[in-house]
Design a protein around this ligand. Structure first.
Ligand SMILES: *Cc1c(COP(=O)(O)O)cnc(C)c1O
Length: 247
């Protein structure tokens, strides 16, 4: 079992290198984030032993559960990649260095409010629903510019880039379209030169489509299944409409 995580990581790393070669990119410019929802701690420790340092959680509760043990590894960094309910903001800002999933003004306000209290700031990405699928979160592409501008006015929030989930079970062309759309929104936002807004991070690509994402400019890919194996909970548990309850 221990060898499996290690072997899977080796394969993913090789595929990343290949995708970089194909698209003339440098491997240092693409970070591998391991998506750890439902993954038991032993497997995370195996990944750490293989040299991995960047992990992403979808739920505040799971993050809270895993954090104490992970804290002993000083180089380990956590990002939040799931749908964030405003009432969970307090937990999440305690543990993570980047939130990938800010997709509405109300969440920005809640984050700002908490960060002011704690006298802290937080790096964020704005999540865009590039596939227009109902089942997924993210701001509609049409409102991306406005949302980024609004979020940039909270001085505790540093907008660092954009995140998307590509269309699932789709052809390469369809997912490529999602990633190109995200890239083009990044370009449009850069042209606006909003004060304090940086746009260097593009978080896109998962197990099924990270090669395409790298070809289209991803700077962080988020991989779970390819490294840790199939999850026992369906993604709808993390992504479905019920999670929207608070807004
Ligand atoms: C689960 C998840 C991933 C990883 O998905 P895999 O298909 O298992 O690689 C990436 N991003 C988000 C937001 C996720 O919830």
């Amino acid at each position: 079992m221990s060898h499996l995580v290690e072997e899977n990581l080796k394969t993913v790393r090789q595929q990343m290198e290949l995708a970089c070669q194909v698209s003339g990119r440098k491997i240092e410019d693409v970070k591998l984030l391991l998506a750890t929802k439902t993954v038991p701690l032993e497997k995370l420790q195996m990944a750490i032993q293989s040299g991995e340092t960047l992990f992403g959680e979808n739920k505040a509760q799971e993050l809270r559960g895993k954090f104490p043990l992970m804290q002993q590894y000083t180089r380990v960094e956590w990002h939040f990649i799931g749908h964030l309910q405003t009432n969970k903001v307090k937990d999440v800002v305690k543990y993570v260095t980047l939130i990938h999933s800010v997709d509405r003004l109300k969440l920005g306000q809640a984050l700002h409010h908490q960060l002011v209290k704690e006298n802290k700031s937080m790096d964020i990405l704005v999540q865009i629903n590039t596939s227009y699928e109902e089942s997924k979160f993210g701001a509609p592409p049409e409102s991306a510019l406005e949302l980024v501008e609004q979020l940039s006015q909270f001085e505790t929030l540093n907008v660092k880039g954009l995140m998307t989930i590509g269309k699932l079970n789709a052809t390469n062309d369809e997912t490529r379209h999602c990633f190109r759309l995200l890239k083009s929104i990044q370009t449009q936002i850069r042209e606006k030169k909003f004060p304090r807004v940086q746009m260097e991070i593009l978080s896109m690509g998962m197990s099924g489509d990270f090669k395409v994402a790298i070809e289209e400019g991803a700077t962080i890919i988020r991989v779970g299944t390819s490294v840790f194996g199939q999850r026992y909970l369906p993604d709808s548990y993390y992504w479905n409409e019920n999670a929207r309850q608070d807004d």
